[in-house]
Design a protein around this ligand. Structure first.
Ligand code: EPU
Length: 302
């Protein structure tokens, strides 16, 4: 979608919103898949209510983009614009055991920064690409931990009220790869309470997680992490592997040879290829195991 109305474009500048016309979303996602639309980069959280009022009044649909690392975007010209926060400097401020983090902060860099200040707990998420906001909205987790356990407060833009709100940690439910946020709520900032731990000890944990990840996941390839959630008591990756589906391809969309729940873009895969591969694998798992796998990856299909 292209915003051409000069009156609307002029208002963006007043709101400190940077319009980047005709962005190819394949360049902004870890899968390297996605069509074209206008990108609106937001420098000031407080401008969101006015920005959304403006978009609503002009019937411009929108989506919120974090780090693009758990996302499959449709092909071609997309029917909505994309909103993304500009990362402020600094993006993490520490106050005792509390880390005040902007949603646009890089997850890995935030974990390392806290570690250097003897704050741990988040070691399991090292190596997970994306922003803190993205990790928060889906309650990212790995190696027995999840970000939700450390959340004390969240500032967000509520899609329903079109207002900025602050929620206490106990007002939010964090479950396995799921939260009580609405799909189109936008995370703005979070306060995490992290346990004190000596840097050396945290570093040891980080090294162990990095090693486990390197040995079992296709880190050098374009992917969105795990495609499916694990069904209760089972492993999607193991089931897909047992069916002999590693290497199964539709165009350049391919089930990873290293981890069967990672689907990689081995060249110039389209969203259509990837969606067909997802449907094919889901159908085969359903047929053999009687289990309907639920997407973990977020799909923005036009
Ligand atoms: N397995 C296979 N073949 C495969 C993949 C896995 O047999 O191709 C077996 C493994 O040997 C293991 C079991 O399946 O016995 C579980 O595998 P793994 O330890 O790799 O964990 P997972 O359940 O596949 C989950 C998360 C990952 C997270 C790891 C580590 C989900 C959907 N995935 O994977 O998260 O990194 O645990 O904690 O919950 C993600 O969210 O995108 C993600 C990658």
């Amino acid at each position: 979608m292209r915003i051409r109305d000069p009156k609307v474009v002029a208002k963006f500048a007043e709101m400190h919103v940077d319009l980047q016309p005709g962005k190819v979303l394949a360049d902004l996602t870890s899968l390297g898949i996605g069509g074209t639309t206008d990108l609106l980069r937001i420098k000031n959280h407080e401008s969101l209510p006015d920005l959304l009022k403006l978009l609503d009044a002009n019937h411009i649909q929108h989506k919120f983009l974090g780090g693009g690392s758990n996302l499959l975007v449709g092909d071609g010209e997309l029917p909505w614009v994309v909103l993304q926060l500009v990362r402020p400097e600094p993006d993490v401020v520490l106050d005792g055991n509390f880390a005040h983090v902007d949603a646009a902060a890089d997850l890995g860099r935030m974990i390392t920064f806290c570690a250097k200040n003897d704050l741990g707990g988040m070691e399991g998420l090292i190596g997970v690409p994306g922003t803190v906001g993205g990790a928060l909205r889906m309650n990212a987790g790995a190696y027995g931990m999840q970000i939700g356990s450390y959340v004390r407060e969240v500032k967000l833009f509520r899609a329903a009220s079109r207002k900025i709100e602050v929620l206490r940690g106990n007002q939010i439910s964090f479950e396995y790869r799921h939260t009580s946020f609405a799909p189109d709520d936008m995370m703005l900032a979070v306060i995490l309470e992290l346990p004190s731990k000596p840097y050396k000890e945290i570093l040891q944990g980080i090294r162990i997680c990095n090693e486990k990840r390197r040995s079992s996941q296709p880190l050098g390839q374009k992917s969105a992490g795990c495609i499916f959630k694990n069904p209760p008591g089972a492993s999607a990756g193991r089931m897909i592997d047992e069916l002999g589906l590693k290497g199964l391809s539709v165009g350049d969309a391919r089930v990873s040879d290293r981890h069967a729940n990672f689907f990689v873009n081995a060249g110039r895969a389209s969203a259509k290829d990837m969606l067909r591969l997802i449907a094919e694998v889901r159908e085969r798992v359903q047929k053999t195991y009687g289990v309907s796998l639920e997407n973990e990856v977020v799909v923005w299909n036009a």
